[in-house]
Ligand binder design. Structure first.
Ligand SMILES: Cc1ncc(COP(=O)(O)OP(=O)(O)O)c(N)n1
Ligand SMILES: Cc1ncsc1CCOP(=O)(O)O
Ligand SMILES: [Mg+2]
Length: 217
């Protein structure tokens, strides 16, 4: 399979939902179905941190959510775990600066898969692109309650800096993004936004997804 062209990927990044069971007070399957009905364009399975499932239960949840994505026509990305991504034949993987390098992931995962890499600076973005990243996750833009070890809040400055230095790669902003504060992220040059709590903790994930989709359209 050939690498996904940037324009196709840019469209997939518009409303990128990231979730694990520990982010939900309702069954994750129900939250994901609602989010898909509301118009999410990409989903990342991120089952980690306090209260996260492990072992077989984690793999079973991943399979269940992958099936929901497949039925809904939304690509399924795995956070961090290349073995899980390979086992499930996921559509892609997202890795950070402390995870396996994109170069190594590309060698094992194949050319048709989506590889996302977190970048907090111009240098990290350049390295990720050189290593074969398809898209960048840039943040935290705003304060977040969903990642204990998040780096310092950067506002939209890093996104602006990357675009000003000619980085045209597909990218999403991440960290504390809601429908109320998403527009500056797009204005700064992001192709889309990625969120956990704005959708996973919403009483109505479908409405939350719709509101976010309106901002990024
Ligand atoms: C789209 C997107 N952007 C950034 C991240 C953060 O990845 P990382 O820095 O590896 O942190 P963890 O999510 O693994 O805790 C992401 N997951 N997705
Ligand atoms: C995974 C991750 N990486 C940087 S911030 C963050 C958490 C985003 O979650 P929320 O949208 O709830 O702030
Ligand atoms: Mg990671």
């Amino acid at each position: 399979m050939t690498r996904m062209i940037s324009e196709e990927l840019r469209a997939l990044l518009k409303v990128y939902f990231i979730m694990g069971s520990m982010n939900c007070s309702r069954p994750p399957s129900a939250v994901l179905r609602e989010a898909i009905a509301g118009g999410i364009t990409l989903f990342q399975f991120r089952e980690k941190g306090p209260g996260a499932l492990t072992g077989t239960a984690r793999v079973e949840l991943a399979r269940e959510l992958q099936q929901i994505c497949q039925r809904g026509g939304v690509p399924f990305i795995v956070n961090d775990d290349l073995e899980l991504a390979l086992t499930l034949d996921a559509d892609g993987i997202h890795v950070g600066q402390d995870d396996a390098p994109a170069l190594e992931i590309r060698q094992r995962f194949g050319s048709g898969k989506i590889i996302g890499v977190s970048a907090h600076s111009l240098a990290e973005a350049r390295r990720a692109i050189a290593d074969g990243a398809d898209y960048l996750g840039v943040g935290p833009v705003y304060p977040t309650i969903s990642k204990d070890d998040a780096q310092a809040v950067r506002g939209t400055a890093v996104i602006e800096e990357l675009r000003a230095h000619g980085i045209a790669h597909p990218l999403v902003g991440i960290g504390g993004i809601t429908a109320a504060n998403a527009f500056p992220v797009i204005q700064a040059g992001a192709d889309g936004i990625s969120v956990i709590s704005a959708m996973a903790a919403a009483a109505d994930a479908r409405a939350a997804a719709r509101e976010l989709a309106q901002v990024t359209d």
